[in-house]
Write a protein that binds this ligand. Structure first.
Ligand code: UT7
Length: 327
């Protein structure tokens, strides 16, 4: 055996934190009444069973990468970080029409980020929390200094426009977070996992449209996800009563409310703010959590310093959550 030199590590940082948030949505608003012109559905059913009042659909010439560029640019401005400072771009999504090239590198170039490490990450609707977990650990390990995480989707390309099980739920948009180093921990450990035995509950069919067994996914989400959120809190050394803002993936308002109810039964406060962005944004998969947070900060319902608990879940089946401090 030859002697080899010891490898050295970049000094990481004690903590990581979210430095800024941004989002982007199409201008086109689609109401429940608009959808009822296309398929057998109605405003009351959608409001009662899903909680959506309206959503945003992209035009044909608007792409996932367009929304990602706009959201990423807004997040950098919010953080006061120049694009030249970013060394890594992670782009959670599950609707990029091409696998090659990926979205992250081209989005980074359009934002003006010079030669970053850039990769897409597919954990479907759990994607943003997966990406935030990876970003935080890259920074703490010393592999990255500033990471831009952008959840972006154009789901209308992947939904049969007259499939009333899906066309009423899914929508388009992007949400982004800038993650950097901090002296104190500002992002808790990610708690993640998957249930690959349930892969048949949501998948992309051969015709490239999404299929989901809605009721089964609903039951899984309302039983399995609150305990995951609680584990994420525990991993961060926090209690349910510490949570100021709860942001579950915006899949269905009834799922969001079921998760909030379980957390409150375990000590979360009545005045904990619960994201209901699905009402006006629909289900935007990996974009839904940062999109909701951006809207809540702008509305003043999520404030700098608040403890945010985010939890994503969806196809895979995949799930992930973490607590972090609101920028
Ligand atoms: O984001 C990724 C993860 N995905 C999720 O978390 C989605 C979870 N699942 C859901 O959110 C719900 O299961 C759906 C919103 C997809 C469906 O709602 P549901 O309450 O589970 O509806 P259902 O499929 O059980 O259908 C109930 C009834 C049926 O009529 P009958 O048989 O009771 O007479 C359906 O035919 O509602 C009918 N229905 C509709 N009616 C009007 C189903 N879809 C519609 C519709 N408009 N769009």
């Amino acid at each position: 055996m030859t002697d080899r030199p010891a490898l050295s590590l970049n000094p990481g940082s004690r903590g990581s934190r979210v430095l800024g948030i941004g989002s982007a949505q199409p201008d086109k608003i689609v109401t429940n009444d608009d959808l009822s012109q296309l398929m057998e559905t109605n405003d009351q059913w959608i409001r009662d069973r899903v909680g959506i009042i309206e959503r945003r659909f992209a035009e044909k010439d608007e792409s996932l990468t367009d929304f990602a560029v706009a959201a990423g640019t807004a997040a950098l401005a919010d953080a006061g970080v120049d694009p030249s400072e970013v060394d890594t771009v992670i782009l959670p999504n599950c609707t990029m029409p091409t696998l090659i090239p990926n979205a992250a590198a081209q989005v980074a170039a359009r934002i003006g980020i010079p030669s970053p490490g850039a990769f897409d990450l597919n954990a479907a609707c759990a994607g943003f929390c997966y990406g935030l977990g990876v970003a935080s650990d890259l920074i703490r390990a010393g592999s990255a200094k500033k990471v831009l995480v952008i959840g972006a989707e154009k789901l209308t390309d992947s939904v049969d426009p007259v499939d009333r099980a899906n066309a009423i739920i899914f929508a388009d948009g992007a949400g982004a977070a800038v993650v950097g180093a901090a002296d104190e921990p500002g992002i808790g450990p990610v708690t993640w996992g998957s249930a690959g035995d349930l892969v048949d509950l949501i998948y992309m069919r051969d015709d490239k449209y999404i299929y989901q067994e809605g009721q089964s996914v609903f039951r899984w989400a309302t039983t399995k996800i609150a305990p995951i959120a609680m584990q994420a809190l525990d991993a961060a050394g926090l209690k349910p009563s510490d949570v100021d803002v709860l942001i579950p993936h915006q899949a269905n308002l009834r799922i969001v409310e079921a998760i909030a109810k379980k957390l409150r039964a375990n000590g979360a406060r009545e005045d904990m703010v619960v994201a209901d962005d699905i009402k006006y944004s629909g289900n935007t998969s990996s974009a839904s959590i940062p999109l909701a947070l951006d809207h809540m900060r702008k509305a003043g319902t999520a404030k700098p310093g608040d403890v945010v608990l985010a939890v994503g879940f969806g196809a895979g089946l995949s799930y992930a959550g973490q607590a972090f401090v609101c920028p």
